[in-house]
Design a protein around this ligand. Structure first.
Ligand SMILES: Nc1ncnc2c1ncn2[C@@H]1O[C@H](COP(=O)(O)OP(=O)(O)OP(=O)(O)O)[C@@H](O)[C@H]1O
Length: 522
């Protein structure tokens, strides 16, 4: 029987140029629809007229109305308010300048029409700022403005913030090429999901994305060399794309960065102790960035404007205001977001409560739940590697008189037989990397145990040198195919239990470990 007392409707009226800001808690899911006729935006994506737009728990954001507007929401979040201070006009100004560059670049590249300013490619923009300054939100707005312009742009989105929930999974760098505005239904995956994680008929899955595994949440002095190689990999990928596709070259690249970029001394090398903002200079050089947007921070703006490495390239350093709506996340909230991000990689989004999914009227397509798959795999079959110098033996352990000449991106095989390793591997997130026959430095051993059905076989396994890495070093910084997590280690049977996003054989049995761990607490 249907409920005889219809629920009271909740309306939000917005003055021209105001925004409705909301912060959804763990038990808050809402849907909203626009009842007025003029366009209303969420992160510069126009909300569909009259359709319900669902927004999942934990999401924080703002609905912006350039003209008078009326919204209907299914329920009012505990934390919500309307503000007339908005940074949208400033973001729009930046967008218009970028749009001009794109148009001139397109004319040059596709129509062979030179322009007086010698613009030969689209804008390359990098957004920097302190923690919780709204970097990801600015990137998303600029990308959505470009994709909504009707010009057919295919903007590249660089994810240089391994801890951002917009990235693939914590610990990765990513490059995605969305072709439609990025939605804000939930906080994970807005820059795109790897194909193994999300069914292809969903909103976020058709954003082609490639990822590289840093294995940590931010660039640091310890992983600086690995970071540098990953940036180079990403640069090559972007360059290849631009060579293939002139429209991508004209559309440009917008890069989100880690707040570690604001640390002037990070990644400074011993041979160049005076270098400052190495991470910024590195990325600027790799992606030929021409504009840096600094959010809020006055000193950072001045520092970067005076940085010789940027001045010599003629990089335009522009300061834009920080939105008063940005939510400052503490460490606990960040941990929760990361855990949620990993969970949704494997399980997708839990279904919306029926009071939302059964709403009358049109509803935009939803991302659904996924069916991850758990199985056992032998220690010998799944080769777990770590990348980087920090994982190799300390210099003090080297023979007397010898010095370290190891490569900073060397691979170390994790031998799970040591008790410390078992503890360290449990709950570890692993990135699967593609292996080609030419990558092997030793011929492949036929795996004795495959997946699920072979579980019960167990038995003796040939002894092999578990310390030896039978692959070339280059695989440690290669593009990743997907992620798994070790949920149990059976020391007696010498097997891992792993959770994979989809059933079937793993695309490769070589995986990279980092410092990202996950325990399903949902
Ligand atoms: N105008 C706004 N109204 C409400 N919430 C907002 C607004 N702008 C940003 N937020 C929210 O504030 C949070 C922090 O913003 P964002 O992730 O863009 O910052 P960031 O600088 O990239 O953070 P990080 O330090 O993690 O790199 C996000 O949850 C975002 O959705």
């Amino acid at each position: 029987m249907s409920d005889p007392t219809p629920k009271e409707q909740i309306f939000i009226d917005l003055e021209p140029g105001s925004e409705w800001r909301f912060e959804l808690e763990a038990d808050e899911n809402i849907a909203l629809r626009v009842l007025s006729h003029e366009p209303v935006f969420i992160n510069s994506e126009e909300l569909p007229q009259a359709s319900w737009y669902p927004i999942h728990r934990y999401t924080k954001g703002a609905i912006y109305a350039p003209t008078q507007a009326r919204l209907e929401v299914t329920s009012l979040p505990a934390s919500q308010y309307v503000s007339t201070s908005t940074t949208h006009p400033q973001i729009l100004n930046v967008h218009l300048a970028l749009e001009r560059t794109r148009i001139l670049a397109k004319r040059y590249l596709l129509g062979n029409t030179p322009n007086g300013e010698n613009i030969q490619r689209g804008p390359r923009v990098m957004v920097v700022g302190p923690p919780s300054s709204g970097k990801t939100t600015v990137v998303k707005n600029l990308v959505n403005l470009a994709l909504s312009s009707g010009m057919g742009w295919t903007v590249g989105v660089g994810g240089l913030d391994p801890s951002s929930p917009s990235n693939l999974i914590p610990g990765t760098l990513s490059l995605s090429t969305p072709s439609h505005p990025i939605p804000t239904h939930h906080l994970t995956h807005p820059f795109g999901s790897p194909p193994t994680s999300t069914p292809s008929n969903t909103l976020s899955a058709d954003i082609p994305t490639v990822g590289w595994w840093l294995g940590g949440l931010e660039p640091s002095n310890k992983n600086a060399e690995v970071w540098k190689v990953l940036i180079e990999r990403m640069r090559q990928d972007w360059q290849k794309r631009c060579e293939r596709d002139k429209m991508a070259l004209a559309s440009g690249l917008i890069i989100d960065t880690s707040s570690a970029f604001t640390n002037p001394l990070l990644a400074t090398k011993k041979d160049d102790p005076k270098a400052r903002y190495t991470l910024v200079s590195q990325a600027v050089e790799a992606f030929e960035v021409d504009t840096i947007l600094v959010i809020g921070h006055e000193k950072l703006h001045i520092d970067l404007s005076r940085l010789p490495s940027l001045q010599s390239r003629g990089v335009n350093v522009v300061r834009i205001p920080k939105s008063g709506g940005v939510v400052d996340l503490d460490d606990q909230a960040r941990e929760l977001v990361h855990s949620f991000q990993i969970r949704s990689y494997f399980y997708g989004e839990p279904p919306l409560p029926t009071e939302i999914s059964s709403l009358m009227g049109k509803m935009v397509g939803l991302d659904g739940a996924l069916n991850p798959y758990s199985f056992q795999i032998g220690w010998e079959t799944l080769v777990v590697l770590r990348v980087g110098e920090e994982n190799s033996a300390p210099s003090s352990a080297l023979p007397l008189g010898s010095s370290r000449t190891l490569s900073p991106t060397r691979l170390t095989r994790v031998d799970p037989s040591g008790p410390a390793h078992v503890v360290r591997l449990l709950n570890t997130v692993l990135a699967i990397v593609d292996i080609k026959p030419a990558d092997r430095t030793k011929p492949e051993k036929k795996p004795k145990i495959e997946e699920g059905e072979a579980e019960a076989e167990g038995g003796e396994e040939d002894e092999e040198d578990m310390e030896e890495v039978p692959f070339v070093e280059e695989i440690g910084t290669r593009e990743v195919l997907g992620f798994i997590v070790i949920t149990a280690v059976d020391a007696q049977k010498k097997k891992y239990t792993v959770l994979s996003p989809s059933p079937g054989k793993l695309p490769s049995t070589v995986a990279l470990a980092g410092s990202i761990e996950w325990v399903d607490s949902a």
